[in-house]
Ligand binder design. Sequence first.
Ligand code: 6R9
Length: 633
Amino acid sequence: MQVKSFEEYHQAYQQSVEQPEQFWENIANNFQWRKKWDKVLEWNFKEPKVEWFKGAKLNITENCLDRHLENNADTPAIIWEPNDPTEDHRVLTYRQLHDKVCQFANVLKNNGAKKGDRICIYMPMVPELAIAVLACARIGAVHSVVFGGFSAQSIADRIKDAECNIIVTADGSYRGTKEVPLKSVIDDALVQCPSIKRVIVLTRSHTPVSMIKGRDVWWEDEIKKVETQGNPECEPEEMDAEDMLFILYTSGSTGKPKGVVHTCGGYMVYTGYTFSNAFQYQPGEIYFCTADIGWITGHSYIAYGPLSQGATVVMFEGIPTWPNAGRFWDIVEKFKVNILYTAPTAIRSLMSFGDDVIKGKDLSSLRKLGSVGEPINEEAWHWFDEKIGHGKCPIVDTWWQTETGGFMISPIANVTPTKPGYATLPLPGVQPVLVDENGKEIEGNGVSGNLCIKFPWPGMLRTTYGDHERCRQTYFAAYENLYFTGDGCLRDEEGYYRITGRVDDVLNVSGHRIGTAEVENAINMHSSVVESAVVGYPHDIKGQGVYAFVVSPEKHGDEELTRKDIIMTVSRIIGPIAKPDKIQFVSGLPKTRSGKIMRRILRKIAEGDTSNLGDTSTLLDPAVVDEIKAGAM
Ligand code: 6R9
């Protein structure tokens, strides 16, 4: 599945465009199927309907676990580094991971889980999170992982949308010096969620929790029951290639997160192939992905992609800056990491601590570096290249999305010449196009436009859970016969792609996607807020910060306190990741005569660029702009 030279890349790319079905069929043959497909691809972007490997039967965990047992049972699958460096790390070989997944799959069955059920997972970054995910896939249940930083309200919304019947969680989690409760957040969420019949709770932090009789059970007790039942195996459920594998919620430009749906066959092929090819993974290499499994990067490139390739994955529970900003480098040294995959926001944050924290760390095991989540600025790129890679590791800047399932535009390590700030070229099988506002394709090089994809790839989303029309509207209606990514993009003279950021109302804060409408809805819940408008502004570490313009009528009381109350409200409604960095109180928002907020103006003010606000004559009340300008933070 790996191309070995730039020439081979071009050949593979050309074949993938000219004969896509043959191309993907060859790739798919590298995986284990119970039954092969009747047809490689059927599609139209109108409905949209996309089906890959139709008629094929498989179980993804057979590919991620069982098939490695014959020759690689003792290869470490997961090396887990705890939050606290003085606590022992854990190693799970493929044999051990297989057994634990089977055990927990049986726990799920004992608790009534069946094929097709939706199971919510809200857990810390411990091996049991990966085990729970794989156990769902083993029995054909659909997992919906919710990142540990989301609030009770966000969890409840997701559980209700997917009608989950089981939730897997832990008592609490550790992040640096903080102990973060999880079970009590779930308890708050479940007040609104009658569909949940069972809560399975892992012990991690020993935080006191309330266990409700008949509903809540301990992970450890349930495992013991399975052990006494004496059947450690759990036969993998046979799935259709197009059966649902998981739902993962992501923010868009409307107020409500969408449940992006991925299916078994295409997702397996796509994540396995892209992992193997882009990182040029070699047997025995130690691969460290710093993402959380709660995001797509963790799904595709901690769990499924690497495991289907028999890779050894380092999974980290803690944060990059505790006990100090050298933690990543300690982990690299400790496990002799060969491939490090992280995010620009982490790089910028670690950069800001200076070079002292890197001094004396042995980073010589590193061979390849990766970046994901947002455009990487040149300064961070060079620092990563020089200080971490010592100029000898290619930087694989992977552009992709929750919806794409896997890497789309990315260098192939040691094959594609890299360029700072560029995701470089599309991987074989990916056909990007740039379009103008009217949907007209912009051809040639040295151009920029909105990034679309014109042909399906196996890892693409199939629908948004429970609302196919929304999927069509969001991704396939903007431009006819194209998948619209929501990103702006530049193609330089050489044909290299550089992603310039979102062109919709989605912010990218520390690599996390946050919809401005969602934050506004949360702010507007606060009792002293009439309305608000949220925009992004450049932030040194986070990439983008959240800037809120808030209309609050009576300036009664303490402004600073109201600010804190609003921040607390957003934390409660969405989660701490969406907290505004700046809140400016204003007497009104700049609106057109038809009542539309002119975000363009607010964006400029938030960016500190008030010299040229463009045409403000169509505003209902142009004076409000001067007031906002004067009060900008
Ligand atoms: C994988 C992931 C997707 C959005 C995407 C884009 C931004 C991700 C990027 C990048 C520039 C990269 N993005 N990787 N921008 N260069 N290498 O992050 O998925 O959370 O769904 O976010 O992130 O704006 O549209 P997701």
